[in-house]
Design a protein around this ligand. Structure first.
Ligand code: IVH
Length: 831
């Protein structure tokens, strides 16, 4: 992320500049993490910044800054709390990422202690809990203060907060030395974290009609670590008390007396004093997670065991900590800057985690797509709790396609499977592996439904026109009569890039649907005040009931205030009224026609004045629709306009020649990938292709169809989808109903091109990289001047505008003798 300069060729001036930048950036991330409990980068990204800082410092030791992040731990304590100076600094740990780093650690320790290769060296291994560290000071066995790590030297006084945790004894059991500081980690379990977030959402829900769901969600915590830190560091300790925090003890600070001579003995003593430790079995496991081991192989084996158990612990860990067991050896080893020499943290990959598929559910989308979703045992990956992951489609779940052939990246995922989840950057989480060895006995392949789980209608897989093969997606065939599709359609209709109705989020739309107020888009514009009152009051009641339960209050929820409800209804109706007039492209996009995305909707809006004109165009196109073979051939992904044109103009004589095998004889000038696609569809030597070509020629579409694809610039598949949409009476009725409800459109499409335009009626092709405008802008501008913009070069093309990187279209232009000009020449030409 910060490879601005290559380390090897970096000059001292560049190094100094980057060290300064890194110091500021790391300090800012530290502040966000430690003070705000709201980091903006993942742990892995943060580690990368630190590593880069260290690498530059290693190369330029003279440039190490006084404020270098490599010597600092955490961040200065917040002004919100009183400060406590740690009697013994709270340090950090060095990290190991690879097995080799662990072997290096053991070698370093041996060398430092002067131990030979075969001398005994005992090292403990225990989970590294992902929470925040806390130091508890006991004097004569009584808790006197509690402090966060802060910058390692001075922490925040959170004594009152710490006293509210059940896991933190106010008095030690059976041990009361003058001074004994216990250190460990405050954390939150996954279950408690989920419940807390649900509660925060309910609390924020009150009166939230005007507030987007996004804003309400923003009040929740991103992961259990943030939740633990945010809950402990509360000014008001009663808030901390209401939060489900836990504490594991694993280390100590200042001590006037130590109850053991090894790490493992002292941890066992901590257990006896009344602390939770990892030295005893937890969560129904039979063995403790902390082990004392004597070989590097043993450490790594235990690391793997902990990693495998990670998903079933119920709380987040981010690695395994190794510590030299003998305390005398620890003392001898001592510290370097911010970390002890006697310990190291072996981190898990920050972007992957293992967990279990608890259930596979099928959601039904706007276009009827049955979308499989794996419900996971929650796991934190890259700083975010993941409890769902998409399984894409039927073939993906089965790991094979409809013909039973294994698919690339396909995995055969079953309920109960242990899976590896990856979440890199902001990419949605994916299953990257199934741990077959951990598949439970008797786990059956997932039985994919062939009926819609919502409405029970048949769900089918159709031929995908772009590939000519059975589609990987199975769809509910009930269209808008399926409640799931109708609801999703409504949500799409009000969404940001469609009608963009303020304050009308997804759940609210569902409630309106369920109450029967909005079954189709037009209903939104006819909702009555009084019936809305019922829905909104019910919504408010449900929210405050949820809140009341979360807070454990006994008294019943107060009824919603009447004038507040009235205001909410007025706001909503006002927002809807405000969108009664929208641009034509939004209107078209909002209809949710398959294949018609924003770009196609815009293209159509450029060519039709209003909705009725569009419907007229579609009806005309429907009368001239092509035969199946023409549609199929022109839709195949690999067959572009030029190739298709060539196929359509094959000599009649050839088509009548019974000896001619188009794919064997190779006379069609096809590229390899085109031949593969055609072979798959029409047989090895193209046996079926001759007939298909003959029928395609006979079934060529009429002008109106071609005009819609060409003017609308939307391709055969999208044009057929438009025709299909408007062929359904209920869709036409839904559109009419919108117009009847008073919805109207505006269209700012350019005035007719000036008569003097130099490119009027010229067919222009843009190719290569344009540097002064985007493709879309170039096209829009050219069309405004009356040019026709095409995607392929043929003998009819008038002009090719070529930028750097232009390839085959340039060759085609030369072949057809079409004039080629540069982007600058084009701009000069159109003025
Ligand atoms: S020992 C002198 N043991 O990880 C070092 N730390 O990255 C004493 N942590 O500051 C720390 N689990 O907040 C230790 N089992 C464990 C731990 C652990 C989590 C945290 C701790 C520490 C940080 C270092």
């Amino acid at each position: 992320m910060s490879d601005l300069f290559d380390l090897d060729t970096m000059t001292p001036a560049e190094a100094a500049a980057e060290l300064e930048r890194l110091s500021l950036e790391i300090a800012e991330h530290n502040r966000r993490y430690h003070e705000d409990d709201a980091p903006t980068v993942t742990d892995a990204e943060f580690d990368a910044l630190r590593r880069r800082n260290e690498a530059i410092e290693a190369r330029f030791p003279d440039l190490v800054r006084a404020d270098t992040p490599s010597r600092k731990v955490g961040s200065a304590p917040s002004a919100k709390f009183a400060k406590i100076r740690h009697a013994v600094p709270m340090l950090s740990l060095d990290n190991a990422f690879a097995d080799e780093d662990v072997a290096d650690f053991a070698r370093r320790v041996r060398r430092f202690l002067g131990l030979s290769e075969d001398a005994k060296l005992a090292i403990t291994a225990e989970p590294k809990i992902d929470g925040l560290s806390l130091s508890l000071r006991y004097e004569k066995g009584r808790l006197v203060s509690a402090a966060t790590r802060g910058d390692g030297q001075v922490g925040e006084d959170v004594t009152a907060n710490a006293r509210t945790l059940d896991d933190i004894p106010g008095e030690l059991t059976g041990f009361s030395p003058e001074i004994f500081e216990v250190r460990g980690e405050v954390y939150m379990t996954h279950a408690d974290f989920a419940a807390l977030n649900a509660r925060l959402l309910a609390e924020a829900g009150e009166g939230a009609e005007g507030e987007g769901e996004g804003a309400r969600k923003a009040r929740q915590f991103a992961n259990p670590r943030n939740a633990a830190a945010g809950s402990l560091r509360q000014k008001d300790a009663t808030v901390t008390k209401s939060r489900p925090l836990r504490f594991f003890a694993y280390a100590w600070g200042q001590t006037s007396e130590l109850p053991g001579e090894t790490q493992s003995e002292v941890v066992a003593a901590l257990q006896a004093m009344g602390f939770q430790t990892n030295a005893v079995p937890q969560n129904g496991r039979t063995e403790p997670l902390m082990r004392r081991l004597e070989t590097v192989d043993g450490l790594i084996e235990h690391y793997r065991r902990i990693e495998a158990e990670r998903a079933s612990l119920g709380y987040d860990i981010d690695g395994v900590v190794y510590k030299v067991d003998d305390l005398e050896q620890q003392r001898e080893l001592g510290f370097v800057s911010r970390a002890p020499r006697w310990a190291i943290a072996h981190k898990f990959s920050a972007e992957q985690a293992t967990t279990v598929v608890e259930e596979i559910v099928i959601n039904v989308g706007r276009t009827g797509k049955l979308a499989p979703l794996a419900k996971l045992r929650p796991v934190t990956v890259g700083g975010v709790v993941v409890s769902n992951v998409t399984l894409h489609n039927e073939d993906y779940v089965a790991g094979r396609d409809a013909d039973g052939q294994p698919i690339r990246g396909g995995r055969d995922i079953r309920i109960g499977d242990t899976v590896v989840i990856q979440r890199a950057g902001d990419v949605i989480p994916q299953v990257v592996d199934v741990v077959i060895e951990k598949r439970p006995d008797g786990a059956e392949p997932f039985l994919y439904p062939d009926h819609c789980p919502i409405c029970g209608s048949k769900a089918e897989r159709e031929i995908n026109p772009r590939t000519g093969r059975l589609d990987s997606v199975r769809r509910c065939t009930a269209a808008m009569t399926c409640p799931a599709q109708a609801k999703e359609g409504l949500k799409h209709f009000v969404s940001r890039n469609a009608f963009d109705i303020e304050g009308l989020g997804g759940t609210f739309v569902e409630e309106l649907f369920d109450a029967g107020l909005a079954r189709q888009p037009a209903d939104l514009f006819r909702m009555e005040f009084d019936r809305l009152r019922d829905v909104i009051e019910a919504r408010r009641r449900a929210l405050s009931e949820a809140r009341r339960q979360a807070e454990g209050k006994a008294e019943p929820a107060k009824p919603a205030k009447r004038n507040e409800t009235t205001k909410a209804i007025d706001n909503l109706l006002g927002a809807i009224e405000a969108r009664k007039t929208v641009s034509l492209d939004r209107f078209i996009f909002a209809l949710g026609i398959p294949e018609i995305g924003e770009a196609s909707a815009k293209a159509l809006a450029r060519h039709f004045d209003d909705v009725r004109a569009l419907i007229g165009g579609v009806d005309a196109a429907e009368r001239g629709r092509p035969g199946e073979d023409w549609a199929e051939l022109s839709s195949l992904n690999t067959i572009g306009g030029v190739t298709f044109e060539r196929l359509m103009t094959v000599d009649e004589a050839k088509l009548n020649d019974t000896e001619w095998k188009p794919l064997r004889d190779g006379e069609l000038g096809l590229k390899a990938n085109q031949r593969v696609a055609l072979r798959e569809r029409y047989g090895e030597e193209g046996e079926g292709l001759v007939e298909a070509l003959r029928r395609a020629k006979a079934g060529a579409p009429g002008d109106a169809f071609l005009r819609l694809t060409r003017d609308g610039d939307i391709g055969t598949v999208a044009t057929l989808s438009l025709i299909h949409f408007f062929a359904e009476a209920h869709n036409r009725e839904a559109v009419e109903a919108l117009l009847d409800a008073g919805v109207s459109t505006t269209n700012e499409r350019a005035a007719p091109p000036p008569a003097s335009s130099p490119v009027r009626d010229k067919i222009v092709v843009f190719t290569g990289t344009l540097e002064k405008m985007t493709r879309g802008e170039a096209k829009e501008r050219a069309e405004a001047l009356g040019a026709k913009v095409s995607g392929s070069v043929s003998k009819k093309t008038d002009l090719v505008v070529a930028g750097p990187g232009a390839g085959s279209k340039l060759v085609d232009a030369q072949k057809h003798g079409v004039k080629v000009i540069s982007e600058d020449e084009w701009l000069a030409m159109i003025g």
